[in-house]
Design a protein around this ligand. Structure first.
Ligand code: FAD
Length: 418
């Protein structure tokens, strides 16, 4: 089949590799001038610090100091190790700096001969159904071409999710989303509130605390009114908003005066190039998708990399393999009706467990069974034993020692030399 891949980040590159392995004809459309997507650091930031309506959008959300939050043996694609045997170096740190992840992805692209298949500086502006089970792709620079199938790999860490805060207009200080955070210097000697306790929130709070006067780190997980972590850094529950004086309000403690507020609240999915008659995003839920992956009515359209709270590269790899093999007919989908019924059932199950709609694509614990299910359906091997053991060990290390987990030795390891 002639297949288009949209995006040359990790998801796009591994999709291209899997499609090639199944002897499909592949063309990768990439809007920028290089591979790597989220791992291409950009020192420039957007003119809108919250990233809601920037004049020029910046794709990457990497801050200067970012090191991976996963060991490189766990991040590696299953058959391309993150060491000197594959696309890395044995001497690299186990949690490498972001520029080494980019190096790994570039090597992957060269090694599997994907580079010649990529058309750079081609932003896809339109993807629509054409006659005879075809997909028509148009780019901003005038390409207009039809394909038998499409893998959408456009990433979902670029458009900030910014929750509303009561009285926000009373605050006269500086609002920023982590998408546009690069380093702590602008916050020197300031009082700063940081909302969000996932990876970026944790890293940025600690980094800002090295130069700021005070950091109020707020997250759903923090229950007690105030918990001092170290000099200047304290943990708080979610703030209630701002009062008339522009001070930050907490339920169980006195209002605080701050200079800056940083949202580390995650990102939104968007597919501006696809009509809402095909795909809609409601409350951050991309619908309708079977296995978070293919469109029930158009099973030649796939979305690689939507799940989050996962170990991304190996999950992308299995999704890509499953789709490449689906196109060759090596495994079959349930009927369209069955896929829709399953989707409705899954939404209702999640609602019963109290999960919010906007967390529909959050896999977390489910990621291992999800990968194994895809593997078994497409005739591949299940995850090796070390994978889940190492993943759980890392999760535990981060929980116990959020500040220094990257230097804690790990008992388990993958095939990569570490
Ligand atoms: P991206 O890498 O974003 O690639 C998408 C590509 O599509 C880009 O090249 C983009 O230019 C292109 N594109 C988009 N729209 C179009 C269009 N219309 N036309 C043509 N091209 C288009 N993961 C880890 O495994 N370990 C970590 O430690 C880790 N840390 C992270 C830290 C931060 C701050 C962030 C934001 C993410 C982190 N991730 C981490 C997740 C990371 O995003 C994934 O690992 C992965 O790189 C995502 O790959 P992707 O291909 O889905 O998207």
């Amino acid at each position: 089949m002639k297949v288009a891949v949209i995006g040359a980040g990790a998801g796009g590159l591994v999709s291209a590799r899997e499609l090639l392995r199944e002897a499909h004809e592949v063309c990768v459309f990439e809007q920028s001038n290089q591979v790597g997507g989220a791992w291409v650091h950009d020192s420039e930031t957007e003119d809108d610090p919250l990233g809601i309506q920037p004049v020029k959008s910046i794709h990457s959300s990497l801050y200067d100091s970012l090191r991976t939050n996963l060991p490189r043996d766990l991040m590696a694609f299953m058959d391309y190790s993150f060491d000197s045997h594959g696309g890395g170096d044995d001497h690299w740190e186990r949690y490498p700096h972001h520029n080494l992840v980019l190096e790994y992805l570039k090597s992957f692209s060269q090694h599997f001969n994907i580079h010649p298949l990529i058309v750079f500086d081609q932003r896809v502006t339109n993807l629509e159904v054409a006659g005879d089970n075809q997909w028509r792709i148009k780019t901003a620079s005038g390409i207009d071409e039809c394909f038998d199938a499409v893998s959408v790999c456009n990433g979902h860490y670029t458009l900030p999710y910014v929750p509303e805060l009561d009285g926000a207009s009373n605050f006269k200080g500086f609002f920023l989303h982590s998408h546009n955070y690069r380093n702590p210097q602008p916050f020197s000697e300031q009082s700063v509130a940081i909302l969000g306790a996932a990876s970026s929130g944790a890293d940025i709070s600690r980094e800002v605390a090295t130069v700021a006067k005070k950091v109020f780190w707020c997250g759903e997980q923090f229950n007690s009114p105030t918990e001092q972590v170290n000099n200047g850094l304290s943990r708080h529950p979610i703030p209630q908003g701002f009062n008339q004086q522009g001070e930050l309000l907490f339920r169980d403690s006195a209002p605080v005066s701050i200079d800056s507020f940083i949202f580390c609240t995650g990102y939104r999915y968007e597919f501006s190039f696809i009509g809402h008659d095909i795909i809609s995003v409601t409350d951050n839920q991309v619908r309708p998708l079977h296995m978070d992956l293919v469109h029930p009515a158009h099973p030649t359209l796939s979305f690689i990399g939507l799940p989050y709270l996962i170990i991304p590269f190996p999950l992308f790899e299995m999704q890509a393999r499953w789709f490449a093999r689906l196109l060759t007919g090596s495994h079959q989908l349930p009927t369209e009706t069955k896929m829709i019924v399953d989707l409705v059932a899954r939404r209702s199950d999640l609602t019963k467990t109290g999960s919010k709609d906007r967390h529909y694509h959050r896999l977390g614990e489910e990621q291992f069974s999800y990968i194994n299910k895809l593997a078994s359906q497409c005739g591949d091997n299940p995850l090796p034993e070390w994978y889940e053991l190492l993943a759980r060990e890392v999760q535990q290390a981060r929980f116990v020692n959020p500040e220094h987990y990257r230097s804690v030795p790990l008992h388990y390891s993958g095939t990569t030399v570490v």
